[in-house]
Design a protein around this ligand. Structure first.
Ligand SMILES: Nc1nc2c(ncn2[C@@H]2O[C@H](COP(=O)(O)OP(=O)(O)OP(=O)(O)O)[C@@H](O)[C@H]2O)c(=O)[nH]1
Ligand SMILES: [Mg+2]
Length: 397
């Protein structure tokens, strides 16, 4: 038996020392607190080991050291394998759990879709097949539920067993009946037509389309004036188009100047006035535009309105432009709109006449005068027989 005394700062320090010195088989015989020569508190541990045990330990250590590295790592491999297996089985559980959650999410999504469908067409089930189809078309056209139900109730009151085709014609006719339309330009003598609206609504492009049609198709003597001094190059595009189509063009910098030019050019049948796009929320800019429009003695002030604008914004724009004495509205970019039922419902509300629709960037082709019948077909299209704008309005001018 080998016995050894250790004096260390802590019991743990002592244990570590014994382990490295005597090995795992050492036994602790006693412990006590003592003071070193500086009076500091220390731990005294007396440990012992059987000399045979110690020899065995040393032999084992030598063998381990001699074992090839691969061999030594095999234990580690086994541990790693076990750890990997555990991880794999955990992953499997997580994957199964993920698949379950994914399946559930898909289920919820599909239920939500069904629910949305039911809510969107919530009155469809209470109608007969034909009216239910018409009801869905009206809702899909952006016509609100209240108007849709009123339209269905109006047609069913006339004939509750109406065919689908007759019902479609009937709802179209009722829907457009209170829309005001004013597409005539060619019949009037001497006109100054000003185009106003928010930025980018399509004023300049619509103006040039109508100016070219007035000149080439209606044989009018036409002139174009640009008041767009806000934007750098604001008048350039118009000037280029005017020059290509040999329409006299002037650019003015003040209301005084436009007044002078209009009075000096009375020989023209139609003077088209382009204005700068201004936000409907900016009163100062709107007043500036109005100063030009009034100075030009405009007898037609057209609000050029993008048909893809959302309901709330479109209402705000129309409400703020009505005090500017707008005489009619041109709906632009209907080729980009999902449906036009909603904008037509809004325009009906304000009782402002609609004069033209534009449906593309091709000059002067993509613009059309309106009839109630065509507006009805566009606003409430038959999903089984969709007609493109260009087909519907072909050769209308
Ligand atoms: N798809 C489509 N694009 C159009 C239509 N009308 C105009 N645009 C495009 O819309 C953009 C704006 O048109 P503009 O005529 O410059 O609009 P604006 O109102 O004069 O713009 P501002 O003068 O900046 O206020 C241009 O890229 C036009 O080509 C249309 O009916 N359909
Ligand atoms: Mg412009």
């Amino acid at each position: 038996m080998k016995i050894k005394k250790y004096i260390e700062k802590s019991f743990n320090d002592g244990k570590k020392k014994i382990l490295s010195d005597l090995g795992e088989d050492a036994i602790i015989l006693s412990t006590r607190t003592v003071q070193d020569k500086d009076g500091q508190s220390m731990v005294e541990i007396v440990a012992a080991i059987d000399e045979k045990d110690m020899k065995k330990q040393q032999e084992q250590q030598t063998q381990t050291a001699k074992r090839p590295v691969k061999d030594k790592l095999s234990g580690l491999d086994a541990i790693l394998n076990m750890a990997n297996q555990k991880k794999e089985s955990e992953n499997k559980v997580t994957n199964y759990q993920n698949q379950d959650v994914y399946g559930e999410v898909l289920g919820i999504k599909s239920e939500l879709r069904d629910l949305k469908e039911i809510l969107k067409y919530k009155f469809a089930s209470s109608l007969n097949d034909n009216f239910s189809r018409i009801y869905k078309i009206l809702i899909d056209s952006g016509i609100n539920e209240k108007t849709t139900l009123k339209l269905i109730s109006d047609i069913s009151a006339t004939d509750p067993n109406m065919s689908y085709e007759d019902a479609l014609v009937a709802v179209r006719s009722i829907f457009v009946s209170d829309l005001k339309i004013n597409s005539s330009i060619q019949n009037k003598e001497k006109q100054v037509i000003s185009f106003v609206g928010v930025t980018g609504s399509g004023k300049t492009m619509t103006l040039i389309k109508l100016a070219i049609i007035s000149k080439l198709i209606w044989s009018k003597k036409v002139m174009i004036i640009s008041t767009d001094t806000k934007k750098i190059g604001g008048a350039d595009q118009l000037e280029t188009y005017s020059s290509i189509s040999t329409i006299p063009f002037k650019k003015v910098d003040s209301p005084k100047e436009i007044k002078k030019i209009v009075s000096e050019n009375e020989e023209f049948d139609i003077i088209f006035v382009d204005t700068a796009g201004v936000s409907q929320k900016n009163q100062k800019d709107m007043f500036e535009v109005m100063d030009y429009v009034k100075a030009a003695k405009s007898n037609r002030i057209i609000l050029v309105q993008n048909s893809t604008t959302n309901e709330k914004t479109m209402k705000d724009i129309i409400e703020r432009y009505i005090p500017m004495s707008i005489t009619d509205i041109i709906l632009t970019k209907v080729d980009e709109a999902e449906s036009i039922g909603e904008c037509l419902s809004i325009i009906k509300e304000y009782k402002v006449p609609l004069s033209f629709l534009t449906y593309g960037q091709s000059v002067p082709d993509d613009i059309a005068p309106l009839t109630k019948e065509k507006l009805g077909i566009m606003a409430i299209p038959d999903p089984k027989n969709k007609i493109t704008f260009s087909t519907l309005f072909k050769e209308d001018f």
